[in-house]
Design a protein around this ligand. Sequence first.
Ligand SMILES: C[S@@+](CC[C@H](N)C(=O)[O-])C[C@H]1O[C@@H](n2cnc3c(N)ncnc32)[C@H](O)[C@@H]1O
Length: 277
Amino acid sequence: MLNYPYELLDFGRHEKLECIGGVVVRRETPSAPGGKASGVDWGQAELRGREVGDKYRWDGVAPADWRFDVGDFQLQLKPTPSGQVGVFPEQSVNWHWINQCPVDLTGLKAINLFGYTGATTLSLASRGAQVVHVDAAKSVVSWARANAQSSELADSPIRWIVEDALTFVKRELKRGNKYDIIVADPPSFGRGPNGERWKLQRDLFHLIESLSELSRGRCKMVLLSCHTPGVGHLQLRREVENQFKFDSGVGSSFALELHTPKKKSLPSGNCFRWVVD
Ligand SMILES: C[S@@+](CC[C@H](N)C(=O)[O-])C[C@H]1O[C@@H](n2cnc3c(N)ncnc32)[C@H](O)[C@@H]1O
C-alpha cells in the first residue's frame, strides 16, 4: 500500500498552501483560482516561494533531509529557482495505478519522457520494469539518480538519458528499438539540451505518432499527462487512440486534481492511460 506524505491545505488568489513531506509550503501558483477558504492559517508556512522582480525567491529554511517517502520509492526534496520542490503530487494517482496494475511489469521495457526527478520511473522500476528515463536537464537527471539510490533502486535496470525527448524518440525509431510501456508528461514549453524547442501545442501530435510507432505490436501500457491550458483529457484520449489503434485493453481519461480538506479542487492537468487486459 502506498503512502502519500502530501496534503493540499488550501489554495486561492494564485497561491497554494501545502504540507509536503511534513513541511508546510506556501507558493505562488498562477493557476490557483478563486479565493482562500476561511479558517486556514496561511501564516503556518515554514517555506514561502514567490516571484520577486524576475527572480524566484524562497523564504524560510527547508530541512536538510527533506524527503517524500511513498513506500515504493522516495524523493529528496529541495526548493529550486523554478518554484518547484522535486515532486508533482498530482501524479500520485498514476503511481498508485502502476503499483496496483494487474499486468506483470517484470522485464517490460518502458520509456519515460520528460521524467524530471524520477517518480514515475521509480514507480515502474519498483514493479520490475526496465526503464529508459529521458529529460533535457542534466541537473534533474542527476537528482533522479540520487532518488533511485535512496529508494534502494540503484541496481534496477534504469538508463538515464539527458536528451531532447523528441530527438531521442526519433533516434530510437532509427535504431529499431521498441518499448512495451510508454510514459510522457510534457510541459507546455521546454528546451532540449542543445536548444531544441518543445512546444506542446505544435509537437504533441508528432510525439504521439512517433510513440505509437515505438511500441507498435507490443504495447502493454500508456500513460500520457499534460498541464497545458486548452488541452483536455478527451483530446489526449482521442489523439492517442487514433494513433495507437488499441484493439483491446482498458483506457481511461480524466482531469488531474488535488483536493483540500474543505473539498475544494485544484485543477492540475489532464491524463489518459491505457493498459492491456
Ligand atoms: C512537468 S515536468 C515532468 C514531471 C514528471 N513527470 C514527474 O511527475 O515528476 C517537465 C520536465 O520536462 C523536461 N523537459 C523540458 N523540455 C524538454 C525537452 N525538450 N526534452 C526532454 N525533457 C524536457 C524538464 O526538464 C522537466 O524536468
